[in-house]
Design a binder for this molecule. Structure first.
Ligand code: SAM
Length: 283
């Protein structure tokens, strides 16, 4: 079966480690939950028949909604073609600054907002998603002369996946997104990572600090008690070691691609934590 791939470059995207995640995933499960879906690398690779996907980022989840909807999908692709044709530094800032007028922006058609999100992702500096305290996208121009906003055959695969399976699309807090998870369901948490120093964590208007990591660990434990399979990615920090000490740690080394400073792009130790014993999965 041909599978879709992430249609945006996303900070913390899991494309480079997706094989390791697949090996550690349970062989069988009911509904798949991905509460911090971002670009959806694992979602597309697993391609589960029943899934609940979520991200706090409303602009991103609106893109998934638009790809799933026939009419909005076509209009979004037309709008993307327009962005490609008009692309320039001046045009980038014109599209970027649409969210400065809150009232007008709230009336913008969903497909136009979706195309804007993809275009900004491809044309901005380093594929970052960053907003200021007023929730205004503030990443500078990426200085590319030309941008390819989408790969038609990949978007079609994503469209087919979302339409031929039972995929629920949410945009809420991770805790709310997993409230209906039951025994036998599989939840993969890929939060903004913790750090022993400081790190990039401004994906949304709300950062994701130590308190959020503690709250997430409580949700992890609760799902464990409910009989769900739970898997989580993070850096192997002192807080993470303490919060998940009763679970299984799998160590991986991964190269981070996004980070404004070169030193942030080095090799770091990442962990995958599971609440179940792993049977090597050869999928
Ligand atoms: C590490 S990224 C996920 C990357 C994703 N696995 C991929 O392959 O692209 C973390 C995501 O968590 C989202 N996020 C941050 N705080 C959240 C919250 N409280 N609830 C749900 N999602 C949140 C961010 O918008 C971001 O997309």
């Amino acid at each position: 079966m041909l599978k879709g791939k992430p249609f945006v470059k996303w900070a913390g995207g899991k494309r480079s480690v997706v094989d390791k995640l697949i090996k550690l995933a349970p062989l069988h499960f009911d509904t798949y939950y991905e509460p911090f879906v971002g670009g959806g690398a694992l979602l597309f690779e697993l391609a589960p028949k029943k899934a609940v996907i979520n991200d706090y980022n409303k602009e991103l989840m609106n893109v998934y909604e638009c790809i799933k909807d026939d009419k909005k999908f076509t209009s979004m692709c037309n709008e993307l073609n327009k962005h490609e044709l008009n692309h320039s530094e001046e045009y980038y800032y014109e599209i970027r600054n649409l969210d400065r007028d809150k009232k007008k922006f709230s009336h913008l058609a969903d497909y136009k907002r979706a195309a804007r999100t993809i275009y900004l992702n491809k044309a901005c500096f380093n594929g970052l998603y960053r907003v200021n305290s007023k929730n205004e996208f503030n990443v500078p121009f990426g200085k590319k002369n030309k941008v390819n906003t989408y790969d038609g055959s990949n978007l079609t695969l994503v469209y087919v996946y979302l339409n031929t399976n039972d995929v629920k699309i949410l945009s809420t807090d991770f805790d709310e997104a997993v409230k209906d998870a039951k025994k036998g369901d599989f939840i993969y948490f890929d939060p903004p990572y913790d750090s022993d120093t400081s790190t990039f964590n401004s994906y949304t208007e709300n950062g994701f600090g130590k308190e959020e990591h503690k709250r997430l660990a409580e949700v992890f434990k609760d799902l464990d008690k409910r009989g769900c399979y739970v898997m989580l990615s993070n850096y192997n920090t002192s807080l993470v070691k303490e919060l998940y000490k009763d679970y299984n740690f799998h160590y991986i080394e991964a190269k981070r691609n996004i980070g404004a400073k070169a030193k942030d792009r080095g090799t770091v130790e990442e962990v995958i934590i599971t609440n179940y014993d792993n049977v090597e999965n050869d999928n």
